[in-house]
Design a protein around this ligand. Structure first.
Ligand code: C2E
Ligand code: CA
Ligand code: CA
Ligand code: CA
Length: 281
């Protein structure tokens, strides 16, 4: 079984002095509580690109926190904290609303519609009312369900799996797309993968980074692409940083990619420039 640590559960501010660390966490937790109302959270958008055509085929919304004193705090740091404290419910709801609102605005402004993908934490996908919440947000923002995608990590759907499958089925019935994120780092078995009503597998960047120099990574990625094909899923590679890796993906039949090679996550004004204006008549 292959398992790579992608680092999202390792605290970046770890210090041997645990008291100091504890204080830091308490401060951040209190600040995060107010961050939403104080308008400190923002979304960046990273394009998803069709490997064969090179055209954009959607985007992923990634949350950013600009703290008034501490400056930029990365989601790799505050999302795990939000998950532990339960604040993640508010964070994920804000992200979902904002991504849907922004995407609907782009559509109304005459851009060719693209799907926006939103990351959802384990706690949220396991809630019995999650699909209802998504339906309500789609209603409120006016976004059609086919322009929303939900990304859930492989590990999060392996806890409380039956409930997750029900939620995923409800989301699918709504018309929302589903991706399994960080694929390859978790503990799902093939028999479960078959039961998940998903559309995309996202290969974790830990494997993508190694395809050129680590033979086991390149084999794993090839197998994951074949697996996706066998299960009639589309497959997306994350963390593509150069042309050589893109060539590897082209040769091996990967469908989509994301990564710095095409674009970093962009503020909305920048993302907008990458969208195509529909012809006006
Ligand atoms: P993720 O969902 O696996 O997102 C991919 C991460 O890789 C993002 O980091 C993205 O900026 C980064 N990335 C994209 N392309 C490249 C590349 O070519 N090279 C490298 N080195 N990195 C690349 P980010 O934005 O810091 O987010 C980290 C994690 O935080 C995400 O991992 C996700 O698990 C979580 N996260 C981000 N936004 C949200 C959110 O709105 N809600 C929840 N629940 N989690 C979020
Ligand atoms: Ca506008
Ligand atoms: Ca993701
Ligand atoms: Ca990842």
């Amino acid at each position: 079984h292959y398992c790579k640590q992608n680092g999202r559960h390792n605290f970046l501010f770890y210090t041997p002095d645990m008291n100091q660390y504890h204080d830091y966490r308490i401060t951040i937790e209190g600040d995060l509580r107010e961050a939403i109302s104080r308008n400190e959270l923002h979304l960046n958008y990273q394009p998803k690109v069709n490997v064969k055509t090179g055209f954009i085929s959607g985007m992923e919304a990634l949350v950013r926190w600009n703290h008034p004193e501490k400056g930029f705090i990365s989601p790799g740091e505050f999302i795990p904290l939000a998950e532990e404290t339960g604040l993640i419910t508010q964070v994920d709801e804000w992200v979902l609303k904002e991504a849907c609102r922004q995407n609907q605005e782009w559509i109304e402004d005459g851009y060719a519609p693209e799907r926006v993908a939103v990351n959802v934490s384990a706690n949220e996908i396991q809630r019995t009312d999650f699909a209802d919440k998504v339906r309500r947000i789609l209603d409120e923002t006016g976004l059609a369900p086919q322009f929303l995608e939900i990304e859930v990590t492989e590990n999060s759907v392996m806890q409380n799996t039956d409930q997750c499958i029900r939620t995923m089925q409800d989301l699918k019935a709504l018309g929302v797309s589903l991706s399994i994120d960080d694929f390859g780092t978790g503990y799902s078995s093939l028999s479960y993968l078959r039961k998940f009503p998903i559309h995309y597998l996202k290969i974790d960047q830990a494997f993508i980074k190694g395809v050129l120099h680590d033979p086991s990574d390149s084999e794993i990625v090839k197998v994951m692409i074949q697996l996706a094909e066998a299960f009639k899923l589309e497959v997306i590679a994350e963390g593509v940083e150069n042309e050589e890796v893109l060539h590897f993906l082209i040769e091996n039949g990967c469908d989509y990619y994301q990564g710095y090679y095409f674009s970093k996550p962009l503020p909305p004004e920048e993302m907008e420039k990458s969208l195509v204006k529909k012809q006006s008549y």
